[in-house]
Design a protein around this ligand. Sequence first.
Ligand code: C2E
Ligand code: MG
Ligand code: MG
Ligand code: MG
Length: 287
Amino acid sequence: AAKQRGRARVEVFTSELRSHALNKLSIESELRAAIREGELVVHYQPIVRLDTAEVVAYEALVRWQHPNRGLLLPEEFIEVCEEANLVVPLGAFVITEACEFIAAHPEFTGRVFVNVSTRQIGSADLTRVVTHALDATGIDPHRLGLEITESGMLIATQAAKSDLDGLTALGVDLIIDDFGTGYSALSSVLLNPVSGLKLAREFTLRLGDRGTGDRISTTVATLTRSLHMSGVIEGVESEAQRAIAREHGWQLGQGFLFGHAKPAHELDLRGPSSVADPHEGPVPSAG
Ligand code: C2E
Ligand code: MG
Ligand code: MG
Ligand code: MG
């Protein structure tokens, strides 16, 4: 009986493994087709001034408009992408889209941040892909920021180092994403030409605890300022969090309170000065 149970367990295990492998394989080939056939789309989430809610930048976030499964979020396919070596074409797609977005919307004068997977750094193509997208669209490189996690900043290979230096030489900003959640957070700042950081949402969730959460937020805001970097606090969902973040010294924020990621055509890209207030009468003329 024990032997039979053993065999049954092995069979279950094997078939689970097989379906997992099959699933990965089919997602992989579907993803290849998706990239080819334009099923990937980029949505944009605002990054705002916490005091006025003025949009200063957008983060480009990839989605997969799947023909049967609907709109898929990155958590459902980025990992497969990385394992299947598809991050290079995926990354190239998002970077190109972001540059074209900037070029196509002269009414928007802010910046766009693009996520770069650790696997893309040092893969030889990253600097070339960015160079190509900048050349093709003619945008000012300073309008593009690349979000890289701490682990991405700390790849010790020469290829990775030359990618990060190469991108900085192009004039593209490097920003640490999810700051505080990786290893060696401070050496990622120390060892790289980093222009900003984004405090991870898990710290924002702890705002107002009158303890460790508040102290970390205050300390990182101070660190950011004293290193002359730009800081964004992520995952701001409530007015209470916004108020506390401001007290702690954060000037820029991102989160559902200010807006979810949306397709470019659904964004209001007019600058704050051109937004007419329907409750205001005609502007009185001087004198
Ligand atoms: P991330 O770079 O930290 O992006 C922020 C994520 O938090 C986004 O999820 C965004 O929708 C979500 N978010 C923003 N504000 C709030 C909030 O107030 N509350 C909550 N609960 N969530 C909020 P999304 O779009 O699902 O992306 C997840 C992750 O996938 C990103 O985390 C990023 O690491 C990765 N990713 C997204 N787009 C790309 C891409 O084009 N390339 C690569 N390599 N990775 C990407
Ligand atoms: Mg990001
Ligand atoms: Mg983040
Ligand atoms: Mg994240």
